[in-house]
Design a protein around this ligand. Sequence first.
Ligand SMILES: *Cc1c(COP(=O)(O)O)cnc(C)c1O
Length: 351
Amino acid sequence: MSWVRELARPDIVALKPYEHASWEPGLERLHANELPWRPADDDSAAGLNRYPEPQPRALVERLAQLYSVAPASVLVGRGSDEAIDLLTRAFCRAGHDSVLICPPTFGMYSVCARIQGAQVAQVPLLAADGFALDAEAVLGCCGPGVKLVFLCSPNNPTGNLLEEAAILRLGRELAGRALVVVDEAYVEFADRPSLARKVAQLPNLAILRTLSKAYGLAGARCGALIADPEVIALLRKIIPPYAIPQLTLEAVLHGLRPAALDAARANRQVLLAERRRLLTALPHLARVGRVWPSEANFLLTQFADAGAALARAREASLLVRDARGYPGLAGALRVTVGTPEQNGRLLEAWG
Ligand SMILES: *Cc1c(COP(=O)(O)O)cnc(C)c1O
């Protein structure tokens, strides 16, 4: 039996998926109980009266091209959040298996685990070492019940990259034992290439990518999992049959045209300059205790009185994220880098 089938939930391996209406665009559809007429004023390309193509081929191929991987290695979902949920469902038996997370980190990994009834093992990042990955401790914690290791790089909310060599070491040492899932939601803002290129050599490595951050398409809800084709095939069995709305498909293909990519790149340059500006200016403010360096589009900032800083931002009509609830982040707020005008207003509010 293949390592994917060994690792996954036996009932998911055995599951016979729902048979959606066959996708044969050359023929007229009297097989899916749709209405034959478009709604009035529907200007979508395909017609909203029709169910969308399951795992739309054009979108899968476009994302495969964007991420320089094979289409068989790509699962498209409603944001990368959906892939986190599907991985947890497919690999963790309720009441038996665990995911491993490295806090402080993105909250969805443990929420999806709890929804599935999986346990959450925790190996904190090394705060004194810039929130570095403690690979040794992760390995020590990976017993047979740990099926998924979630690593976020750049990490939300701390902003730092995890060391590539440490991630690859975990991939090698956990081969056949656990899937190492690297969430690269912010990698486009970092000075480092994606680890997607390593999946072909390390099949138990899986990469989460999203269009929500660097591509400015959070409202479209589109993200991807890049993984071994057998992992992708397994998740295609359990993703809802018509997961990607037609409007999302059309918006994303439009949002990834060459001209749109040029615009996204230009925005990214502005954003990186603004990140440098905030990183330079914030530590000079009397109320700011500390600013952590960031490879993402946000800055973790510590205040003597974070509650007052939140209130001052709000008075300037700006919301920043309260990060005080994360383990080890007393007094911390997470600030998304905005437009030059917004960043100026925030600095003024905290000045
Ligand atoms: C924003 C974010 C995501 C979610 O992305 P969607 O594709 O919008 O679901 C995933 N992981 C991390 C770490 C994030 O910060």
